[in-house]
Design a protein around this ligand. Sequence first.
Ligand SMILES: *Cc1c(COP(=O)(O)O)cnc(C)c1O
Length: 404
Amino acid sequence: MQTVDVSSHEEHLSLAEQWVARNYNPLPVVIASAHGAWVVDVAGRRYLDALAGYSALNFGHLHPALVAAAQQQLGRLTLTSRAFHSDQLAPFCRDLAELAGKELVLPMNTGAEAVETAIKTARRWGYLVKGVPDGQARIIVMGGNFHGRTTTIVSFSDDPLAHDHYGPYTPGFDLVPYGDIAAIEAAITDDTVAVLLEPIQGEGGVVIPPAGFLRQVRELTTRRGILMVADEIQSGLGRTGTTFACDLEDVVPDIYILGKALGGGIVPVSAVVADADVLGVITPGSHGSTFGGNPLAAAIGRAVVSLLATGEYQERAARLGKVLQDGLESLVGRGVERVRVRGLWAGIDVDPALASGREICERLLVEGVLAKDTHGSTLRLAPPLVIEEGEVELLVDSLARTLR
Ligand SMILES: *Cc1c(COP(=O)(O)O)cnc(C)c1O
């Protein structure tokens, strides 16, 4: 039997108001349980989850294979630290490396930590392999980026909300407009070690770069002898209808940064995945994490990789993404200005005269759909990849009603 939380919806909201720091402004729904693409609130009302934990729940809530992997591991071993081997870590790293077609995996926990790890790897590679004078390395980053919340990462965010009043900031980053290959080329100096980008910008509003951009970045970084680093924390692991968003242009970056769905919506699991000529610059003691690669995380991460290895979820995302795209495109001119869709991932620019993104999300909540605005009047949809075709149609119909 499931335990039922007897506290009322209102009581929860007032508790949150009093005790939870205000770094988020959640929609007024209090979730108590969930399964697959659906969540249930404390009053027993069901909602279709069209956010999926910002893609951390690509396989839905409580996927049986992932819960089984977690439960099995919970009864055996949860933490060793990296001072010792566990019987879970190497198999996880092997399977993830094989999925990505790379040689090495460096496991961390949160996405931001994996981005930090990639930045440290790129800088160290710059000094030890490329021969950049120590302390001089520069990394080219994109306007509109979102890579997490650490002090170094927010240093190169151009979103004032994420960036302001957290200085002094970490130097060494050059910001160029997203999708502008000429600007990247112009920003490269002898000290440049890497280009860091999201193949599709999730927090930016599911912003898709011009066709061919990722290929151009690959060609340019190879030609100039610098690393291409793809933050696939939100775009990767099936979301776009391919294992990685880079696959949409048949591009293989030097470094993949993964997170979110890698933990199966159960625990935070992130990783940097690259070949030995890059990731090999990290030597014992030069980087680490107490919890990174712990047995519970590794067991769950490995189960996630085995779901992706079948190709079933990528295929679902591609097929149902087409249904989502057709549905959303039918709303253009009817309250929607523009839509950007890749797989089961959509950015929707609502006519600002009609409503803000937040207002649309509040109306969707009344319709029984959970979604999240990004900026202004832009809405992001990222339902779990286990969603059914009829539920995609329900999602589009619900959105259509909120636009009337
Ligand atoms: C969510 C996200 C991160 C940060 O991940 P956390 O686990 O929240 O630290 C980094 N990059 C991208 C592209 C993301 O979407």
